[in-house]
Design a protein around this ligand. Structure first.
Ligand code: NAP
Length: 288
């Protein structure tokens, strides 16, 4: 008897809301396994209830972890390893805008930790599991080719001059370099790294904004934002049919050139080194 299609396993940070949830339910509907990671209990329970409604309760896992904390990032890796030997798709979609500067339990600025560092730690931490899959993809949903922003090299943690938008844009630029650094570090990898800018999508993204920006963004979203169901189509397509090159970038499904300062290999190497140095004392602390 012919074998049916193999069940694939997707790990999705921010898998309980917005595009992460949309992708997770899409994969559950077609028979795959989804490990959704997020910090809140209510949305986690709602995700599992929806999976149950779809008849996919045995293929849906919710990992509750605060991905702004290195301990939460590492626990996520451990939990995934406890569920599966191979990961076909690793989607990074966890985000939370912070209008005011906040520090995590590791003494890092929250946006840097959640929107960039968690992708660095989990991506590298699950590399062996990704390489065991036939054609794995790391899908980093961020903002390549979008709004400008720069890396504040002298003060990555924004101890001075914090603005929520500046921190968010810095995290986006860090993610551009994370993709470029991946290709340099794993030139022979079977896993593909995709940097993806979805444009303006109607999600819970605006909820943490202060007024009046929240009301304005939500009003604009009604007219100009892409609905989640539509925004995830090209993302799911790239996960199903990975691009040829090790790293690629797309804006709403259109390929972007990986030239220019946002994708500078020397800056990618510098960021890798700085990030490794930042993590070293946190790792040492957690091992004592
Ligand atoms: N929406 C847009 O217009 C847009 C535009 C460009 C790029 N993007 C990018 O696309 C990705 C997905 O965005 P979205 O708008 O779909 O997201 P969203 O609807 O705002 O959902 C965010 C997800 O992240 C989780 N999360 C928040 N804080 C967390 C924490 N500390 N630890 C773990 N999980 C946490 C949330 O669950 P909990 O709150 O329960 O933890 C939720 O599941 C993000 O990377 C975003 O930067 C979005």
């Amino acid at each position: 008897m012919a074998e049916g299609p193999r069940m694939r396993t997707y790990v999705i940070t921010g898998g309980t809301d917005g595009m992460g949830r949309g992708l997770g339910l899409h994969f559950l509907r077609r028979g795959d396994r989804v490990i959704a990671v997020a910090s809140g209990e209510t949305k986690g329970r709602a995700f599992l209830a929806e999976a149950d409604r779809l008849g996919a309760a045995d293929r849906a896992v919710y990992v509750r972890a605060d991905l702004s904390a290195v301990a939460g990032m590492r626990r996520t890796i451990d939990e995934v390893m406890g569920v599966t030997d191979a990961v076909d798709g690793l989607v990074f979609g966890a985000q939370r805008f912070r209008p005011e500067r906040e520090e995590t339990e590791d003494g890092l600025e929250f946006t840097f930790a959640l929107a960039y560092l968690s992708r660095f730690v989990i991506g590298h931490g699950l590399m062996e599991h990704l390489e065991r899959a036939d054609a794995a993809v790391i899908m980093n949903i961020a903002g390549p080719g979008g709004m400008p922003g720069k890396i504040n090299w002298d003060d990555l943690q924004f101890r001075e001059g914090y603005k929520g938008m500046r921190a968010a844009m810095q995290a986006s630029r860090c993610n551009d370099l994370l993709g470029v650094g991946f290709a340099a570090r794993h030139p022979a990898a079977r896993t593909r790294y995709v940097l993806y800018n979805p444009g303006f999508v109607a999600t819970a993204m605006a909820d943490p904004l202060p007024q009046p920006q929240r009301a304005v963004t939500k009003a604009l979203a009604r007219f100009f934002a892409t609905p989640v169901d539509k925004a995830i189509v090209p993302i799911a397509g790239l996960l199903d049919d990975p691009p040829g090159p090790v790293v690629t970038a797309f804006k709403r499904g259109t390929p972007l050139s990986l030239t220019g300062k946002d994708f500078d290999p020397a800056a990618a190497e510098r960021l890798h080194q700085v990030t490794t140095d930042l993590l070293a004392p946190i790792t040492a602390r957690d091992q004592t």
